[in-house]
Design a protein around this ligand. Structure first.
Ligand code: PMP
Length: 421
């Protein structure tokens, strides 16, 4: 009987499985990307993605041997390429090698790891911090790990993908509140808080799609009133906001300990790669022993750690970089407004969107500017709402006033040529 059953099992035919279920080149989602590429090519526009750039990305970049004014880098403070930062990074390679080569928990810990975490905590003003190998991974693993099924996560509707992925992983009930709208958030808390165990409010220091800032004191009041946790993603605000670049808490003059989790990336102002969570000793110790993206992943590489440490030191001794960044951002915004360009809600930040509406218009405008010596990225649906496609100018402290004047002149001319209102 066993032999008969075995024969039947091997001769039974499977129902037809469509090839798109087991061949990547037939994935409908992949074919959609191919179609988009063809549409862009049909308009005579070069593929605008993955353009190789030579040299160090700063206020200028080199593409195909041509030097362009560059607005496509998050090297806000010019730390990537700074000689002191580069030298410290090279020294760390000589001392520790290029990799931590294991999870820190068991055998990858180096003295520079603790030094870095203490320096970050000290810079932000919290008890401690933990460093992970990726900024995106920091959000996914931290949010995904700390919250669960009976919890509630309330996040700004413009939250970064990494935060949303963390929400999904957590299994918590997740609700988006309208952008920067703490009054709507209050209503949701009033209705729902009592039904859940833990509640997390998620905001960002500067929103990278719009270049605007949340009213932190209002969010702190809400988190205290409704006994929730507050997490702020400072990917774009650490090193950028406040007189000394200490971020959103310095900008508003609030106590950093009134926020439960400060998150930041190391890839922007700090010229490296990785992410951190800064907060109480209890939070950091708990994450260090349990967060999957930390426990089951290699420690940040020693040279990457050294770049951050050196960037913090340079920033502390040269806070004028932050002031220059603020001035240049303000200059760009003022000039754009004088020329009646649509800068949306951008304010007090080095991120200035120029909203053009149509997706293809944003690609075309970016390309026209490229031909006139300006490198600037575009962004369209679904990254931003339909009909709100835009160019995003990331200003750095290295941009000169002249470069900014020239850019806004050219931008205004090109927009007028395309008849974008
Ligand atoms: N959070 C925000 C708000 C971001 O904009 C980004 C990346 N741009 C990240 C997290 C992820 O950081 P990283 O690129 O360093 O992984």
């Amino acid at each position: 009987l066993a032999e008969l059953l075995r024969q039947r099992a091997t001769t039974q035919t499977l129902p037809d499985i469509p090839p798109e279920y087991y061949r990547f080149e037939l994935y409908p989602e992949y074919l959609k990307i191919k179609q988009q590429q063809q549409e862009i090519a049909a308009l005579g526009i070069d593929n605008p993605f993955f353009t190789p750039q030579e040299g160090i990305a700063s206020n200028t970049t080199i593409i195909n041997g041509r030097e362009l004014i560059n607005y496509a880098t998050y090297n806000y403070l010019g730390m990537s390429g700074d000689p002191i930062v580069s030298q410290a990074t090279k020294d760390a390679i000589d001392r520790y090698g290029t990799s931590a080569s294991a999870s820190r928990l068991l055998s990858g810990e180096k003295p520079i790891h603790r030094e870095l975490e203490k320096a970050i905590a000290n810079f932000i003003g919290t008890q401690d911090s933990i460093v992970y190998v990726g900024g995106h991974a920091t959000n996914v693993t931290t949010v995904g790990h700390l919250f669960g099924q009976n919890d509630l996560i309330l996040h700004d509707v413009l939250s970064h993908n990494s935060l949303l992925q963390g929400c999904l992983l957590s299994g918590a009930t997740t609700i988006a509140f309208p952008h920067n709208d703490w009054e709507s958030l209050r209503r949701i808390l009033q209705d729902r808080r009592h039904r859940y165990r833990r509640t997390l409010i998620l905001i960002e220091g500067i929103y990278s799609t719009d270049g605007d800032i949340p009213e932190l004191p209002r969010f702190i009041e809400l988190k205290q009133e409704y006994k929730a946790f507050l997490m702020v993603d400072e990917a774009h605000s650490i090193g950028v906001l406040g007189q000394q670049g200490r971020g959103l808490s310095e900008h508003f003059g609030v106590n950093p300990n009134d926020v439960d989790l400060w998150m930041g990336t190391l890839s922007k102002s700090f010229a490296s790669c990785g992410g951190y969570i800064a907060g109480s000793s209890a939070l950091v110790e708990y994450l260090k022993y349990t967060a999957p993206g930390f426990v089951y992943s290699v420690g940040i590489s020693p040279p990457n750690a050294a770049s951050v440490l050196a960037s913090i030191n340079v920033l502390t001794s040269e806070p004028e970089r932050v002031q220059r960044l603020r001035d240049r951002g303000q200059l760009f915004l003022n000039l754009a407004k004088q020329h009646h360009l649509n800068t949306g809600t951008s304010k007090d930040s080095p991120i200035i969107p120029i909203i053009v509406g149509d997706s293809l218009a944003s690609v075309q405008l970016s390309q026209n500017l490229f031909h006139r010596g300006i490198n600037v990225p575009f962004m369209f649906y679904p990254s931003v709402p339909q009909n709100a496609a835009r160019l995003r100018f990331f200003v750095t402290c290295q941009h000169t006033e002249e470069q900014i004047h020239q850019t806004v002149e050219i931008l205004t001319e090109e927009i007028a040529k395309m008849a974008i209102s």
